[in-house]
Design a protein around this ligand. Sequence first.
Ligand SMILES: [Zn+2]
Length: 349
Amino acid sequence: MIGVIYDEAFLEHKPPRHHVENPSRVLSIIKALSQEDIPMERPVENIDEWLFRVHDPSYVRWIDTTCEGGYAFIDADTYVSPGTCRAARLAVGAVVKGVDKVLSGEWNAAYAVVRPPGHHAGRVGRALMAPTQGFCIFNNVAVGAVYALGRGVDRVAILDVDVHHGNGTQEIFYSDPRVLYVSLHQDPVTIYPGTGYVEEVGEGAGEGFNVNIPLPPLTGDDVYQEALDRIVWPIIKEFKPQLILVSLGFDAHELETIANLRLSLNTYAEIFRKLRDLVGVVKGVVFVLEGGYNFEVLSRGSKLLIDVFSGKDVDVGEVATDTDPRVRSRANSVMRDVIRVHRQYWHIE
Ligand SMILES: [Zn+2]
């Protein structure tokens, strides 16, 4: 069974002026899911103990003070408002609730429909020299992983399918072998945050547990699914996680205007089916909303997730996209690079 975790407090994180990351994103999702027969729960409150295991106290204090001050941009992309601190804490609390539901066996999957998003937030905010925090305040998925480790889980895999590299998540777990971070994203030369190269493999005990697959702009469903099949699923299966967290960004979709991959919802459906089939091998999967700014894609993609995990026949209703041959040859060379670098850690070829 899959359940949703949501709170109206997420609507109170409000931009001072027009912004792509706005409350209508989660409203469109919740509206689409309201006709589904699924449990909906509220986040866990009081998650500060876990928040401080990921974020530096001085960063959290700075965010709290800034929220109290009213509406403000903390960098060129990222804003806070009076409701941000509660929303951002409940976004973390939604992931914690999802982890609880899955570890207790009550649900086998959870979908945390949250904002602000999180995967660009590092220990002290900006991560890996990124120019901004990319709309993120606290790293929701990272706190969820740390919480699961604290609850006795030994190995957590984080699969990041947002079109942007999760530089915050990478930074937080870079030397931690208990957390496998796998990200497919648009080539960092061409998009924010400018990190996520193949050679970033982790360090110390964490070496080999950070896997980046930077795909060229205009990559379509065919190439993306090949990368999943040749690299992502084999590594995740070999890692044998007890829990999978998914940084679920819908901004790799071809209708997205702030990025340049060309996925259709067919790829998202395929990801959902593959993860559903892993339930049993893993205790469960917690999906955490990250980016995605097209309301139609957000709502239809979210409904697809619920339908796949509810075992319904799904009709994606979109034509799968093919990658142009010139783009494909560049993507092939990226996949060869990833395999060359990571075959010393994993059985991939
Ligand atoms: Zn994104």
